[in-house]
Design a protein around this ligand. Structure first.
Ligand SMILES: [Zn+2]
Length: 242
């Protein structure tokens, strides 16, 4: 395997409660840029393979992200590197496949069905969040695997915090706020509210306290770098039983 292991932040509580579940995000470090457009395709693929191997997976799925609200099912027979097209969310119900989304300020949203083991991972910036990607992800798990929102765990990962995220009036309006002139939006607060209104129990929704912009030493931040940042890879999967 090439190079040093990528520094990763793991959501340890899920791994403890659900053996085999691996949820987390890579941290910013030299050589740990998961931007598909900024790195050579071959080195991008090598990084994906290295990350998957580091986390104990043989298959890894990602998408070309559009800041939309499309979610795609990953072929449960997928093997190796697998990109099911353009979307901002992926879901699967099979062990051994690692789902990835790339983020730098946008919220990685982790969904895990504690009863049926369906998993979904979403990329939610303001466009996707306000367009309802969380609802699409929850509905997709329900349709595909019969997942009930009552059984879901939702984690909102490291992202830009409400204090750091100044936005224009169109963003506030997209979230249904009356203010016209702009202000601040806390994306994780918005998404947590959506999760509750979609039937996820309050104690099943957790939020990272890390802000990508407040902690530029640890994370890539689009805002914090004036747009020149790399991308972190958020990941979610269930390891095959040994
Ligand atoms: Zn912040």
């Amino acid at each position: 395997m090439a190079g040093e292991p990528f520094p990763v932040y793991l959501l340890e509580s899920w791994g403890t409660e659900f053996p085999g579940v691996v949820a987390g995000i890579t941290e910013a470090a030299p050589g740990a840029d998961f931007s598909a457009t900024r790195t050579e395709a071959c080195s991008f693929h090598e990084r994906l393979e290295q990350l998957a191997a580091q986390l104990g997976f043989q298959s890894v799925a990602w998408t070309r992200q559009l800041h939309g609200c499309e979610v795609r099912r990953v072929d449960p027979l997928a093997v190796g590197l697998f990109a099911p097209g353009e979307a901002d969310g992926l879901y699967v119900c099979r062990r051994g496949i690692l789902l990835l989304v790339m983020v730098a300020d946008c919220v990685p949203v982790y969904l895990f069905d504690s009863a049926g083991h369906g998993t979904a991972l979403l990329h939610a910036g303001w466009r996707g969040a306000s367009a309802g990607i969380l609802g699409r992800g929850i509905a997709a798990l329900g349709e595909a695997y019969g997942t009930s929102p009552r059984e879901l765990r939702v984690h909102l990962g490291p992202a830009i915090c409400g204090e750091c995220y100044e936005v224009g009036g169109e963003v506030l309006q997209a979230f249904g706020h009356a203010r016209q002139l702009g202000g601040k939006v806390d994306l994780r607060e918005e998404l947590a509210g959506q999760a509750l209104s979609l039937g996820v129990p309050a104690d099943a929704v957790t939020r990272s306290s890390w802000c990508t912009r407040c902690h530029l030493d640890r994370f890539h931040s689009h805002r914090g770098s004036q747009g020149s940042a790399g991308r972190m890879a958020a990941f979610l999967g269930s390891r095959e039983a040994n």
